[in-house]
Ligand binder design. Structure first.
Ligand SMILES: C[S@@+](CC[C@H](N)C(=O)[O-])C[C@H]1O[C@@H](n2cnc3c(N)ncnc32)[C@H](O)[C@@H]1O
Length: 396
């Protein structure tokens, strides 16, 4: 088969999988996007070199060149995961030029579909996208809205050039791709009916608000070190944006808001044996398994990342690490049974912060407030502040 035929078949299967998926409740709103997803040649937006997990040294990444393994490259282009298209801002620095930090990608197809659905675009809408990446998402928007209605900003000049080339080759070269800082929006084409960020933020850039027309929508992945959420805001006449969480999300950060991610070993050193030890009755899975708990903890415990390895029969344990790369604090919890039948779990903690104590207190707060799910949190963005608070519980 030719690459063209292989791509068509893989794309059809990708769309079949999307059609069969409930997509976190968005399936009905995704349906109108399926024809665009079925015809857009996603592989035409994927650069010849992509980055894949390094099996010998997690979490670094190794380059995979299209010519070295065309079938694998094509399968990745139409796979279920994000395709990493740039590491270390284009300058891989690890040993043997392995990449450490993912800095650009084609987002996973299900996330692309959900974001298109949640953006709620209508004919005639003008859209600004922050984070052009490969250009794939911008092309899908343009297929429904027209190229003249889509503006996209990419901070990385090489990524922007690559996106413009792919857009031209696929017939979407008229989309305006700006090289610049998307946090500033793009005033010359404002006002927009929709602004969508495909890079995560913790502090929502205010310029997006006045550049959206009143009644218009801003869709963004909002994140803490602990968790991510998809947030939709509506802009009012007073230049304030209000909204809430409409889904989960996991995105790479807007460049200026990036935080360091790394391996457990980057924080946990020789002090592991000397760490404080005590016991807790809260199962480690309780603080990472529930989206509501994760969101509340992320809100209340800054700069805390986690890595969880569920119970593994061969090892005979499940392990949760809590990590603060800045203060070099960590906590480790283990459980020795696959279910919650242990009554107490050992906690090791080290560094200036007691991360388990902080996470445990935030979890208690979440329980005391009736275990709010993420949709209970309300976001307000004004020129001076970003306010995130729990809405009153109206369900009795
Ligand atoms: C997940 S990728 C975007 C995926 C893309 N929409 C697609 O369809 O391929 C995030 C992109 O945001 C870009 N980015 C990060 N910070 C940015 C900023 N301040 N302004 C504009 N783009 C930014 C990154 O360089 C990266 O290419």
């Amino acid at each position: 088969m030719t690459e063209h035929a292989d791509a068509a078949e893989l794309r059809a299967r990708m769309v079949d999988r999307l059609s069969a998926d409930d997509l976190a409740g968005w399936a009905a709103q995704v349906a109108p996007w399926l024809p665009a997803l079925a015809t857009m040649p996603r592989h035409a937006f994927i650069p010849d070199t992509v980055w894949v997990k390094n099996p010998r040294h997690w979490p670094t990444l190794l380059p995979l060149h299209r010519d070295d393994d065309p079938a694998r490259w094509l399968a990745l282009a139409y796979g279920d995961d994000a395709v990493i298209t740039q590491v270390d801002d284009g300058h891989p620095e690890g040993p043997g030029l392995a990449g450490a930090m993912q800095t650009s990608s084609a987002s996973a197809p299900d996330i692309v579909a959900v974001m298109l659905a949640a953006l709620d675009v209508h004919p005639g809408h003008r859209v600004l996208e922050i984070g052009t990446g490969t250009g794939y998402h911008a092309a899908l928007l343009a297929q429904r809205l027209g190229t003249e209605h889509v503006t996209s900003i990419e901070v990385d000049p090489d990524v922007a050039v690559q996106a413009r080339t792919a857009l031209s080759k696929t017939g979407y070269g008229a989309i305006c791709v700006i090289t610049g800082d998307g946090a500033l929006g793009y005033p010359p084409h404002a006002p927009y009916d929709r602004i969508v960020s495909t890079a995560a933020v913790h502090r929502i850039p205010y310029p997006w608000v006045p550049q959206t027309r009143p009644g218009g929508r801003i869709l963004l992945p909002w994140a803490t070190s602990y968790t991510g959420a998809l947030v939709a805001l509506t802009v009012d006449e007073q230049g304030t944006a209000h909204g809430g969480i409409v889904g989960e999300s996991s995105f790479m950060w807007l460049r200026a808001q990036r935080e360091r991610r790394g391996a457990v070993g980057d924080v946990v050193g020789e002090d592991e044996d000397r760490a404080e030890l005590h016991l807790t009755q809260l199962h480690p899975h309780s603080v990472v398994g529930d989206p509501g708990a994760r969101f509340a903890i992320g809100q209340r415990v800054p700069r805390c990342q986690w890595r969880y390895w569920p119970y593994d029969q061969q090892i005979g344990a499940g392990v949760l690490w809590l990590l603060d790369f800045q203060s070099r604090s960590w906590a480790k919890l283990t459980h020795a049974t696959p279910d919650a039948s242990d009554e107490e779990f050992p906690v090791h903690q080290s560094g200036p912060r007691r991360l388990w104590d902080e996470v445990h207190a935030a979890h208690r707060w979440w329980i005391e407030h009736g275990k709010p799910d993420p949709a209970r949190w309300r976001f307000t963005v004004t020129p001076r502040t970003q306010h995130i608070a729990l809405a009153p519980n109206t369900q009795g």
